[in-house]
Design a protein around this ligand. Structure first.
Ligand code: NAD
Length: 299
């Protein structure tokens, strides 16, 4: 562990360097280990203080990027963690499970495609069996492929984006609910795109608006059962999503310039928001969207 951790004060604008990524392409889903530069998941900086001691978490898309940073943070806070990823991402997943175990927690990965209801039910069953229960569900997996013209946005892509980003949240939550005790928390991942849709991300941006809306309704429905539902809405964060057709070459070159900070966020900067919403500290926070976006104004 270096001297700096997430509690170190400093200028947030210059805390991380600009990414200035060379233009690079990978087939979907991107493998983080092959990115230049490799995103910072807080491996050297996240310091746990026991805020999730004994909790049992399931995180989709937990092999890389934001989900990977959340998995590391949760484990260092004392939670056992199951991550879900696509089969092509085994290399990234193995690394995260190693880091979870290094933190002294139980780690387990499930290679599965969440775009089918039956698979989502099987994922929850396996996670419950491995963890001996479940009290944190993080719906974080996401699909983003930029297409300039509506005429070129295939019916298949439109449906797959909704299946990944919206339907899977519904299926996983539905399967998890019978296992979630009072005090459990569900955290869904939206995006700045929910309010500020890019013209080449019609399918993606509309799924993120749906995630926000769904979560706020569900928070009210589940409050009487003692279960909280919240959302984290990231701004531009340097992850594998960008290099696997998530943005155009021009947008990749200017990726740092998108936020007010004039630098992209790093996944490490997202993890504390998820920890807060998963921990007991946020007991009076439900139906909330926590925007982590480098001073981009949201409604
Ligand atoms: P990432 O590529 O590192 O993670 C996305 C993960 O989703 C993949 O690793 C993959 O495991 C998983 N996934 C995708 N399709 C799947 C499927 N069919 N079945 C199972 N798993 C699947 O990228 P990230 O940026 O860390 O993305 C995490 C979340 O953050 C996503 O919901 C994304 O929309 C959201 N988000 C990211 C940004 C950003 O700038 N990076 C901004 C706003 C929101």
């Amino acid at each position: 562990m270096t001297a700096r951790d997430q509690y170190t004060f400093g200028n947030p604008v210059t805390l991380y360097d600009r990414v200035e990524p060379p233009v690079q392409h990978q087939p979907e889903p991107g493998v983080q280990a092959k990115m230049t530069p490799v995103p910072d998941l807080g491996e050297k900086t996240y310091r746990g203080t026991g805020r999730l001691t004994g909790r049992k978490a399931l995180i989709t898309g937990g092999d890389s990027g934001i989900g990977g940073a959340v998995a590391i943070a949760f484990a260092r806070e004392g939670a056992d963690v199951v991550i879900v990823h696509l089969p092509a991402e085994q290399q990234d997943a193995d690394r995260i499970v190693g880091l979870i175990e290094e933190a002294g927690a139980k780690g387990h990965s499930i290679a599965a495609d969440i775009t089918e209801a039956a698979t989502c039910r099987a994922i929850v069953a396996e996670a419950v069996s491995v963890l001996g229960g479940l009290d944190i569900l993080v719906n974080n997996a996401g699909k983003q492929v930029a297409i300039d013209r509506l005429e070129d946005l295939s019916d298949e892509q439109f449906e797959q984006t909704f299946r990944t980003n919206v339907f899977a949240n519904f299926w996983l939550t539905k399967a998890a609910l019978p296992h979630l005790p009072e005090g459990a928390t569900i955290i869904n991942t939206a995006s700045l795109e929910a309010y500020k849709p890019a013209p080449d991300r019609l399918d993606y941006a509309s799924t993120k608006a749906a995630v926000n809306n769904f979560s706020k309704g569900l928070a009210q429905q589940l409050a009487p059962r003692g279960i909280r539902v919240n959302v984290v809405a990231p701004g531009p964060v340097w992850t594998a999503l960008q290099v696997s057709q998530g943005v155009s070459d021009e947008q990749m070159k200017a990726f740092d310039d998108e936020s007010t900070y004039q630098r992209a966020g790093q996944p490490a900067e997202l993890a504390p928001a998820f920890v807060f919403l998963a921990s007991a500290e946020s007991s009076y926070v439900s139906g909330e969207t926590l925007n982590v976006n480098g001073a981009m104004v949201t409604p």
